[in-house]
Ligand binder design. Structure first.
Ligand code: ADP
Length: 446
């Protein structure tokens, strides 16, 4: 799946030949993140408690033992390789598992341990000797439901007799035949169908209702209304939980409908990306071909670990990849025409060091953390639909959190007055100098 093969190198693409790459859909970005499961993301930020439970003080735990879990569940948790609760779990779990149950809204970025926390909650509350649906988890898509199901299966490995049912498109139920599975994981449309049209799912006796990925949910047509309709069917004793990777007014308005009764609200801010450890350069060129030559010059003269090259359009990315492969480089190409699984595979190969260069478009500006990337090349500067400087995307492309503590280099290829103006805007926006680089004299960069 590299960049080799295909038609002979086409003429260098211009600026306006093809529509730019679209942003990735939220549900796709989330799935991609899960497929890459890079393990736990540690944040140095502190948990913020935005709303407390007036009846009980919030405390945190430092170990899974402190939670008094069923032994078979604790065993499952340890079998997954979890030694201690993650940051969000430390604060969330005691509340999630409290009796009487407490409702909760929790926000933290992907990879911080939310799924593991609510799966643990469902599994700890389920009574396997009772054959009726006790926990319901709503996810935005079939694929995301499957990912949650996989976590449930792993964590419940030692819970003999637990029955899980996916309520997703294509799954069938007998009309009027009540389900006997303990745990239902599904998408809003199918769950609603099973409740009303098929009369196979009764939500009145649910113990735990989880809505995962609230921010993705509201970005998808119809999911928000259906989720609210499902929520209205819950009985009075049901614990209601909502999780989201982002936190804004829209999400919180939705959350207030899904978890209306006195929720505890906690939040773990993501660590801000910064340009702190990045040295930024630009190179003046006259054409696309010229940009390519200048870039090759750099690759030829400085030692680069792994690098990412960003292009504005798929066509430019493909053209560049083909040229680099022809010049004998091991190059990976990642663009928006690939399926999520294909993208995950390419990123994984790159992470494993199979290729040293990843050429891509904005499709992968977010969410890829490759520790070994030391150089980011903006073959095209990031621009908005209106062709203004896109500073946010610039930061996403080259910004690194303090996480890896590594120093990086960003190289911007500038061709013409328009891209120079964009560069100047970016420079001004961040208030950090972008140094001119002379390709005949690369001492500056070493
Ligand atoms: P989120 O739902 O916030 O995206 P997940 O629950 O999927 O986060 O966790 C992200 C990754 O970290 C997963 O690979 C998961 O197995 C792992 N993980 C979760 N909790 C822990 C923990 N306490 N210790 C170690 N790894 C964990």
């Amino acid at each position: 799946q590299g960049a080799s093969g295909g038609a002979a190198a086409a003429a260098a693409p211009g600026w306006t030949e093809e529509v730019e790459e679209k942003e990735v859909k939220k549900e796709e970005a989330s799935l991609l993140h899960k497929l890459l499961h890079s393990g736990l993301i540690n944040s140095k930020n502190d948990i913020e408690v935005l709303r407390k439970d007036p009846n009980s003080p919030l405390h945190s735990v430092k170990s899974f033992e402190a939670l008094n879990l069923k032994p078979e569940l604790l065993k499952g948790v340890y079998d997954m390789g979890f030694n201690a609760p993650s940051k969000i779990q430390e604060t969330a779990l005691p509340t999630l598992l409290a009796d009487p149950p407490v409702n909760m809204i929790a926000q933290s970025q992907s990879g911080t341990g939310k799924t593991a926390a609510f799966v643990l909650t469902m599994l700890s509350r389920v009574d396997i000797s009772q054959n009726y649906p006790q926990c319901l988890c709503l996810a935005p898509t079939y694929e995301l439901a499957i990912q949650i199901g996989n976590v449930v299966k792993k964590m419940s490995k030692h819970m003999v007799g637990l029955s899980i049912r996916f309520a997703t498109r294509g799954e069938r139920v007998e009309r009027g035949q009540p389900l006997e599975d303990h745990l239902i994981i599904g998408t809003p449309g199918t769950v609603m169908d099973w409740c009303t049209r098929h009369r196979a799912l009764n939500l009145e006796n649910l113990k735990v209702f989880v809505l995962d990925e609230a921010d993705v949910m509201i970005s998808m047509q119809g999911h928000q209304d259906q989720s609210v309709r499902i929520q209205k069917k819950l009985g009075p004793g049901c614990q209601m939980l909502l999780f989201s990777a982002t936190y804004d007014t829209q999400v919180m308005n939705f959350a207030a409908k899904i978890v209306p009764n006195d929720p505890v609200i906690i939040r773990l801010r993501r660590e801000e990306e910064s340009l702190e450890n990045i040295r930024q350069f630009y190179i003046e060129c006259h054409s696309v071909e010229d940009k390519y030559r200048a870039m090759c010059n750099i690759y030829g003269s400085i030692s680069i670990g792994q690098s990412m090259i960003f292009c504005h359009k798929r066509k430019t990315a493909a053209w560049l990849a083909e040229k680099m492969v022809a010049d004998g480089n091991a190059v990976a190409l990642l663009t928006g025409d690939l399926t999520i699984e294909q993208r995950a595979a390419i990123i994984q190969r790159f992470r494993d060091g199979k290729e040293k260069v990843l050429i891509t478009t904005n499709v992968s500006a977010r969410g890829i953390d490759v520790e070994m990337v030391t150089v980011v090349v903006n073959f095209d500067l990031p621009v908005t639909m209106e062709w203004n400087a896109d500073c946010e995307t610039y930061l996403h492309r080259i910004g690194r959190t303090g996480r890896f503590g590594k120093n990086g280099i960003a190289i911007n290829m500038v061709d013409g007055a328009r891209s120079m103006a964009i560069l100047k805007t970016i420079e001004k926006h961040f208030g950090r100098k972008i140094v001119r680089l002379d390709t005949d004299d690369l001492d500056e960069i070493e």
